[in-house]
Design a protein around this ligand. Structure first.
Ligand SMILES: Cc1cc2nc3c(=O)[nH]c(=O)nc-3n(C[C@H](O)[C@H](O)[C@H](O)COP(=O)(O)OP(=O)(O)OC[C@H]3O[C@@H](n4cnc5c(N)ncnc54)[C@H](O)[C@@H]3O)c2cc1C
Length: 459
């Protein structure tokens, strides 16, 4: 990276907060995207660690004048290549902007700097008796800014929605250097076009989020887990649909193929409590009163039984609950060394069985394992294409094309939570018309006329 740029960055944030040695820069240049599909990483980058929105504003003004690519860096946990540098880039690491500014119990909000991690928020509220932040995607290293712009979801979205449903207000530095504020601690707000909602889910291409005000929720006192096994996915989907119709909203409903969950248990030397059937539903239930918790178990089991459940298991003790959670959390790590690509389509509930059947057909047609687990309550499944050593099979392009065609036939979205990043850009054409894509590109152009902020991402 050019010495003049390094010097300018040192002037803005201080020499201690600029990293330019290759060995230290490299880990900031990529994210958690699967190796087989990850774009080629460029390490000719510089990492800058600002501590205020004003410093970021100075960085952006300089980069914009000189047409230099910039990329915000959160926890680096993206699974879609969004945080991969693909050209010489000024990487703005948000790690020093890590203050939880205020918990407002009246408005039920928490205001954070964008570099606050999910782990920090969790620890902060673990000391709080009555309130917490409910969104919990799988990696606690993710930061508030990354969660906002990736519109993260995770297992609890079934009850609380996704990040879009939690964000009340944002402070954002634009690619041209201005600092703007969008939204507020309001319940209703109909003034003007909603810039806040444009930034949420923008994958870091419209501006750098520096602060966010997020809604928080009352803590339930009683939580528990329930496992129900089924012969096939159709019965499991039907049970979930009937549960929603009955007005039941557990904290989480996860779908797991038996092969995947047994592999995870074996990998960590633990025992999964059910070995019947081919698929499991894993419910996390939480209620204010103990009686309500038991009533909830009974209602869910009743609905599952009516839909041909084979077996059910209530994790009564906290040890049993921890075991289930530990094994479920290990599903992805246990197959990580085999994952070529993990597709996270979202499908309307009414087409979910058809989609799952289609995936099985693709699996059988190509003889390549496609493992399905995911957030069934949101219609958001994770289909992982597996090979022994995670190398792309010859038929990878055909498999991937067929899966995405199936997604569109089922009126789904090519990504439910991981985003387009730098790995699904080509597939956008399958979901949107030319006009719709033109509108998105025109919006990007208004925010970022020189296309300096994370080019090649999201569009
Ligand atoms: C094991 C594992 C499990 C996961 N489970 C889930 C899940 O269940 N649900 C889910 O939704 N996701 C999940 N993810 C994906 C990931 O955690 C989310 O996408 C998360 O929101 C990324 O946040 P981050 O801080 O790591 O962002 P990064 O990876 O650092 O960056 C991602 C994108 O956000 C941009 N960005 C980061 N910070 C800012 C900022 N302050 N302002 C503007 N742009 C910014 C980057 O430029 C990049 O484009 C999982 C990831 C892993 C590794």
């Amino acid at each position: 990276m050019n010495d003049i740029i390094i010097k300018k960055m040192q002037e803005i944030v201080g020499a201690d907060y600029v990293v330019s040695h290759l060995d230290k820069v490299a880990s900031y240049c990529e994210d958690e995207t699967e190796k087989a599909v990850k774009p080629k990483v460029c390490t000719d980058c510089i990492v800058v660690k600002p501590s205020t929105a004003e410093e970021i504003s100075e960085i952006m003004k300089y980069a914009n004048e000189n047409k230099l690519p910039v990329m915000a860096r959160g926890g680096g946990t993206s699974l879609s290549g969004a945080a991969v540098a693909i050209m010489p880039t000024i990487i703005v690491s948000m790690e020093r902007m890590n203050r939880i500014i205020e918990v407002d119990e009246t408005s039920m909000t928490v205001e954070c700097e964008a570099g606050v991690t999910l782990l920090q928020i969790g620890e902060h509220f673990s000391k709080h008796d009555t309130l917490y932040f409910p969104i919990h995607p799988g990696d606690e290293g993710a930061q508030v800014g990354g969660l906002v712009v990736m519109n993260a979801g995770g297992v609890r979205a079934v009850r609380y929605g996704v990040m879009r449903d939690q964000v009340k207000a944002l402070e954002v530095v634009l690619p041209t250097g201005e600092i703007i504020h969008a939204g507020g601690k309001l319940i209703k707000n109909n003034a003007g076009l909603d810039i806040k909602d444009l930034i949420i889910g923008s994958e870091g291409i419209l501006g750098i989020v520096t602060k966010a005000t997020l809604s928080i929720k009352p803590k339930d006192k009683y939580t528990g887990s329930l496992l129900v096994s089924f012969e096939n996915e159709e019965d499991a989907v039907k049970a979930v649909t009937e549960m929603f119709k009955a007005g039941i909203r557990p904290l989480a409903v996860e779908y797991m193929e038996k092969t995947a969950i047994l592999r995870a248990a074996k990998d960590i030397g633990m025992t999964w409590p059910s070995d019947v059937g081919n698929v499991d539903l894993y419910f996390i239930v939480s209620e204010r009163k103990e009686d309500d918790l038991y009533e909830m178990y009974e209602t869910i089991v009743g609905i599952c039984d009516e839909n041909n459940a084979l077996d059910s298991f209530v994790a009564e003790s906290s040890k049993e609950q921890r075991t289930l959670l530990e094994i479920r959390s290990h599903v992805y790590p246990s197959m990580h060394k085999m994952v070529v690509d993990a597709i996270d389509a979202a499908i309307p509930m009414k087409n979910l069985s058809r989609y799952m059947e289609g995936i099985k057909n693709i699996n059988n047609k190509y003889g390549v394992e496609i493992s399905t687990i995911g957030h069934i309550g949101d219609g958001n499944l994770h289909n992982s294409i597996l090979t022994e050593d995670a190398s792309k099979p010859e038929c990878y392009d055909q498999i991937s094309d067929e899966i995405f065609k199936l997604v569109i036939q089922c009126q789904g979205s090519i990504t439910g939570e991981h985003g387009v990043g730098k790995v699904r850009n080509e597939k956008l054409k399958m979901q949107f018309t030319e006009k719709e894509l033109q509108i998105m590109k025109a919006i990007k152009n208004v925010f970022d006329p020189n296309n300096i902020l994370n080019p090649g991402t999201a569009l």
